[in-house]
Design a protein around this ligand. Structure first.
Ligand SMILES: [Zn+2]
Length: 253
């Protein structure tokens, strides 16, 4: 496991990113209750409750309803942006609530509002980005906590990089609803085989800037999940069950 020192070293919060070794070295890793204890031991902080995004590549955001994490019913009611049926980002201002996403090439995005002491995590693949997951997360933070985008720090965990993510031209059409022609030119680089290389991180940066975030508040771990064997990659290894994927989590202190 590792943390994002850009956030953890300067602010009252903790982040965690799991790697392949965590899946292999803990026989209890598959069980949610024991996984929570393993993460608590690593973070050296108690966790009241863990939330995992349901991850349907939606643009929906869950606001954790109360300081204990809320009942399941309350959680469902607090789906305040996007259609019901799933959510790909979560926000909270309550300490001790660990918000997690599983990824295997999609980009986990950690968000923290330094003024309001609120945190979020978003699972960002191309579909979620096209569904507005990045901007929606900032909108929910603004509604719930009064967050201003210029106070939000963003950090990218392991995900596939713009040199490795080959996609078909049909994605350009999907992206053209949200991105200008000029932006599309930055996101998609044509290859000789008629395919394109898509830079998901650049797409997220563009969305964050468009929502009002500052470029200097965006940090990238720079880890490519496809190139680094330590992290799960759907493109490299095929699909795997969530607990074999990379866990990214954020908890407020
Ligand atoms: Zn790469």
């Amino acid at each position: 496991m590792q943390s994002i020192s850009f956030l953890d070293d300067h602010y009252p919060l903790k982040t965690v990113i799991s790697d392949r070794e965590d899946c292999q070295s803990y026989s209890e890793w598959q069980d949610g209750v024991s996984r929570k204890s393993i993460i608590e031991a690593y973070l050296r902080t108690p966790v009241k409750r863990v939330f995992y995004a349901s991850e349907t590549h939606s643009g929906s955001v869950l606001a954790v309803p109360d300081e204990n994490g809320g009942s399941l019913a309350a959680v469902e009611e607090s789906l305040i942006l996007g259609p019901p049926g799933g959510y790909d980002a979560m926000v909270t201002s309550f300490p001790g609530i660990l918000l997690c996403v599983w990824t295997a090439d999609c980009i986990p995005v950690f968000l923290y509002d330094i003024a309001k002491h609120a945190a979020a995590i978003a699972h960002c693949g191309w579909r979620g980005i096209c569904n507005g997951i990045v901007g929606n997360t900032l909108k929910v933070m603004a509604r719930r906590f009064g967050s201003s985008p210029e106070n939000i720090l963003a950090a990218f965990g392991p995900g596939i990089c713009g040199d490795c993510y080959e996609v078909g031209g049909e994605l350009i059409r999907a992206f053209s609803a949200r991105f200008s022609r000029e932006e599309l030119g930055e996101l998609f680089r044509p290859k000789e085989n008629g395919k394109y290389l898509l830079d998901l991180r650049q797409a997220i940066v563009t969305e964050l800037i468009e929502a009002g975030a500052e470029f200097s508040n965006i940090f990238d771990t720079g880890i490519c999940s496809y190139e680094s064997e330590s992290f799960a990659s759907c493109r490299r290894d095929g699909r795997s069950i969530p607990c074999r994927q990379t866990l990214s989590g954020i908890v407020l202190l």
